[in-house]
Design a protein around this ligand. Structure first.
Ligand code: ME8
Length: 539
């Protein structure tokens, strides 16, 4: 994936790096799949903050539509009560637990959203972009989407058809609806994709969208009149807005559209919409067309992640295959969790999680390669230099190779994580560096050098330990967006704040500059970064 070029219709660059996650349905509690996208966005935005950029990270919840309404009914509460409960008891606490540093959390039942949504659709109606018509077709409540015949599977009986995503029967809907003239935008969309080849990523996602739009794009039914849990159409209150048209607008209503023009100008267009591949068409076809109709700039990139799979199927709430993130964080810890999914599954491809794989990576990469390195270096500075970091006085080729290794890790990770959203590649580059430092210590054998009490021997020992500690200083900064608590512990253990200030104040640009950690820093052993794992809890 390459960084996107500016595109003609957005006008000036947005001065803020604005990243969004999908807003999640609150019919149920979050599972690993939701957390996957949200953690990825968090790492991306933390990376850009560390570059010194202005950043805005938005997440939230999608609270209207039939799916939520039916769930609330089944639980004997009003939809609003259901949403309030789930948001406060499940969604917000999980993001806090996973250390997600979002700048805002939008709920589609908030007035700041619904009032602006009504203005937006009224504007499209006034412009003649919306008309009244009739529609009948198979509808999947799980997807909240009308389906094409090609998207259905055969069910148990001759008449029954199943949604290919949810493997559940679709319903036949027949209604008088309002329609958005989506078909009128096919040419413009294709022109836009051609002029902005990086708008949809990865390439497989882009190809899928192109094929879809090149076929016969139909107008979009945007209202429902058989239930009322939604945003009423301002010109015909018997109808509520189709949940997807309401939901997509969260990206602008939260950013100040219609309420705070100055903030909106600063934030919009979004730099990256992160989405699961299941909701790509909404973001790469319908949303851009609606924005074109409203005369607003389009987001710069839509990046689709793959699915976390269980038994060969997408992990999902409706299939009851959702695993709660806390089932894993209670065993592996939050930072290892954040690390594991981004490292183990290349962004954009499907992947599955297993206890065995997580345990193996935890033990070899986090505990052995990284955690042990940090504790060995701190222990040796304690033992041989009373916990005061010695100066590097006899640096030679071996030390230069480590300095070069850090600079290389910084530049690779900056492109891979910051631009290409190749989290696995970026983290791998950082861990290659960790491996290099381990190799350096194995070769230099400071524990043997320590036995040489001559001035030369002590100078060598000082140089080796300084080099290893300085390498860890760089590693702490590079891993800060991925594992913020661990990086903070390492920063404390190196005594880095004394001379360099807080970890949060470090920038990617200077991290590769060798020799920043001042000699004399107070190095302490601190707590073990990745303790040995307990037995796997019984399922
Ligand atoms: O679609 N693997 O909400 P949703 C990876 N409300 N990612 C997954 C996943 C899995 N198995 N399951 C879910 C909606 N996700 C709409 C969005 S946006 C204007 C409205 C992630 O609760 C992935 O990002 O079904 C997917 O797009 C999102 O959760 C869907 O969450």
């Amino acid at each position: 994936m390459a960084a996107t070029a500016d595109h003609s219709t957005t006008g000036a660059n947005a001065p803020t790096y604005y990243v969004s996650t999908p807003i999640y349905y609150v019919n149920d509690r979050p599972h690993l799949g939701h957390a996957y996208t949200t953690v990825a966005g968090d790492v991306l935005t933390r990376w850009h903050r560390q570059r010194g950029e202005k950043v805005w990270y938005l997440t939230g919840t999608d609270e209207h539509g039939q799916k939520i309404m039916r769930t609330a009914e089944a639980n004997g509460v009003s939809p609003q009560e259901w949403c309030d409960k789930l948001v406060e008891e499940a969604w917000k606490p999980l993001w806090q637990h996973l250390e997600i540093a979002n700048d805002d959390f939008i709920r589609t039942t908030e007035d700041r959203h619904t009032a602006r949504v009504q203005e937006f659709v009224q504007d499209l109606f006034d412009k003649g972009e919306i008309y009244k018509g009739g529609y009948s077709g198979p509808y999947c409540v799980g997807c909240e989407e009308f389906k094409l015949p090609s998207e259905l599977l055969d069910g148990a009986t001759e008449d029954e058809k199943l949604c290919a995503v949810h493997k559940r029967p679709v319903e036949w809907l027949e209604e008088e609806n309002y329609f958005f003239r989506l078909s009128a935008y096919a040419e413009k969309l294709l022109e836009f994709y051609a002029a902005n080849p990086d708008f949809i990523q990865p390439a497989s996602a882009r190809n899928e969208v192109l094929r879809f739009v090149e076929q016969d794009l139909k107008d979009l039914s945007i209202s429902r009149s058989t239930f009322n849990w939604g945003v009423p159409l301002p010109w015909d209150e018997k109808h509520v807005l189709y949940v997807w048209v309401d939901a997509l607008q969260n990206y602008i209503t939260a950013a100040g559209y219609g309420s705070d023009p100055e903030r909106f100008a600063e934030l919009w267009p979004a730099s990256v919409h992160l989405v699961g591949k299941d909701i790509l068409r909404f973001h790469a076809v319908i949303w851009p067309a609606m924005l074109m109709a409203a005369g607003l700039p389009l987001p710069k990139r839509v990046v689709a992640n793959g699915w976390l799979m269980v038994g060969g199927e997408k992990m999902s709430k409706s299939n009851l295959t959702g695993i709660a993130p806390t089932d894993l964080t209670s065993h592996f810890g939050v930072d290892a969790y954040r690390y594991y999914f981004l490292r183990a599954i290349p962004f954009g491809t499907d992947g599955s999680f297993s206890w065995e794989d997580f345990t193996a990576r935890y033990t070899s990469e986090l505990a052995n390669d990284f955690g042990n390195l940090a504790s060995r270096v701190a222990a040796m500075v304690g033992k041989y230099f009373g916990g005061k970091l010695p100066a590097s006085v006899s640096a030679g080729d071996a030390e230069q190779a480590i300095a070069d290794g850090l600079a290389k890790a910084v530049s690779i990770a900056d492109v891979k994580i910051g631009e290409e959203l190749d989290f696995a590649g970026g983290i791998a580059a950082i861990f290659d560096f960790v491996k290099q430092v381990n190799g350096y210590l194995t070769e230099q054998e400071p524990w043997k050098v320590a036995k040489d009490e001559s001035p030369e021997g002590q100078a060598r020992l000082a140089t080796i330990l300084y080099t290893a500690a300085e390498a860890l200083r760089g590693t702490a900064v590079l891993l800060n967006p991925v594992m913020p608590s661990t990086a903070e512990k390492l920063w404390d253990s190196l005594g880095a704040a004394e001379g360099l200030g807080t970890l949060a104040s470090q920038t990617v640009a200077t991290t590769g500059d060798w020799g920043r950690l001042p000699a004399g820093a107070t190095v302490t052993k601190g707590e073990i970064l990745f303790p040995r794992l307990e037995e796997k809890p019984a399922a």
